[in-house]
Design a binder for this molecule. Structure first.
Ligand SMILES: Nc1nc2c(c(=O)[nH]1)N[C@H]1C(S)=C(S)[C@@H](COP(=O)(O)O)O[C@H]1N2
Ligand SMILES: [Mo]
Length: 326
């Protein structure tokens, strides 16, 4: 491990084990912010000595370039945390279940069928998806409605790249994402916690927002099964459950899709599910959050930000009452 001295003399560990260029670039920007005095001392202390990026899973490398314009300065979560503390109910409801049980998922061969209100419906295999647009690394915060968050360097490209290819018709008002539901590969499918398949949805303008990421990897490797291999979406301004994993179908539709969580508990899970500290979930306050990995003696609750801090998306909801459309 290389130790680099920042402009104000604080020593930061440089992880050279993985994505050296991306790590270097993000740390350099981090250092610039420290120099500018815009990062609090507390977060600096919290990251000191941590080896968040030291260990990855050994999946195929993707060689993506960091997109600094769409990346958080927050310290990325440890790969270990991001891959052992998961929600993926197709593999069980405990946080440790997906890492334990998702070995039966077969992420190759895989196809995604794009259908509905489009001029060019198509079925793409994984290689076609990997080549559809240049892969970018984007360090996004992911906020779960249960009150925890992580910071993950995802790999993919804007979902809008795919949407362009299929040419939606004027009737395409919403986009529906359907996850795989195969009992043979997924021991949790058949349990009564949710209706299967897992379905999520977006309004078409939300789906076209550049932050919406069609995701094929993380930590510069292909996705681990428990994180939704081989392809998922990541919507950093929405609660984590909107980011459907292991997608097999993308449908362009006229009507607002009935999502799995909305069907299970309509009073708890609305369609929009934008991160909003002012609207509490009936069981969990949304005002603050616990960053996974920050549970040492320096642990502190972080204030949850409107749209999870991604204010770029605010114009999508101009004029909407976000307490009503939660
Ligand atoms: N198909 C499917 N997608 C899913 C889920 C799920 O149970 N099934 N859980 C969601 C929830 S609640 C969260 S918080 C995120 C977690 O993503 P991660 O495990 O990669 O952090 O995935 C979301 N996508
Ligand atoms: Mo979640």
């Amino acid at each position: 491990m290389l130790i680099q001295r920042s402009p104000n003399g604080i020593e930061l560990p440089f992880s050279s084990e993985i994505t050296p260029r991306a790590v270097f670039e993000s740390r350099r920007r981090f250092i610039e912010q420290i120099a500018a005095g815009s990062i609090a001392g507390a977060s600096l202390l919290a990251m000191a000595g941590r080896e968040a990026l030291a260990q990855t899973g050994g999946n195929a490398k993707l060689g993506a370039r960091l997109n600094p314009a769409y990346s958080s300065m927050d310290q990325p979560s440890a790969y270990k945390d991001a891959t052992t503390y998961n929600n993926f109910y197709e593999f069980g409801t405990d946080k440790a279940d997906p890492a334990q049980n998702a070995g039966t998922l077969k992420p190759r061969p895989w196809t995604v069928t794009i259908e509905g209100e489009v001029k060019k419906p198509m079925t793409l295999d994984l290689d076609a998806l990997l080549k559809l647009a240049p892969l970018e690394e984007r360090v996004y915060r992911l906020r779960c409605v249960e009150g925890w968050s992580m910071v993950i360097p995802w790999i993919g490209y804007s979902l809008s790249e795919l949407i362009k290819k299929v040419e939606p018709t004027g009737n395409a008002k919403y986009v529906e994402f359907v996850s795989l539901a195969d009992k043979k590969q997924m021991p949790g499918v058949g349990s009564r916690v949710l209706t299967w398949p897992y379905v999520e949805g977006l309004r078409i303008d939300e789906a076209n927002h550049p932050l919406a990421l069609l995701t094929l990897g993380m930590y510069d490797e292909t996705l681990p099964n428990q994180n939704g291999a081989p392809v998922r979406i990541v919507l950093p301004w929405k609660y984590g459950f909107k980011s459907a994993k292991s997608i097999v179908k993308i449908r362009f539709v006229k009507e607002q899709p009935r999502t799995a969580w909305n069907l299970a508990a309509p009073s708890e899970y609305g369609f929009y599910s934008n991160v909003n500290p002012n609207v509490d979930h009936p069981r969990w306050s949304q005002a603050s959050e616990r960053r996974i990995g920050e549970d040492g003696f320096l642990a502190r609750k972080r204030k949850t930000l409107m749209f999870n801090g991604y204010n770029d998306v605010a114009s999508l909801y101009a004029g909407m009452d976000l307490k009503k459309f939660f």
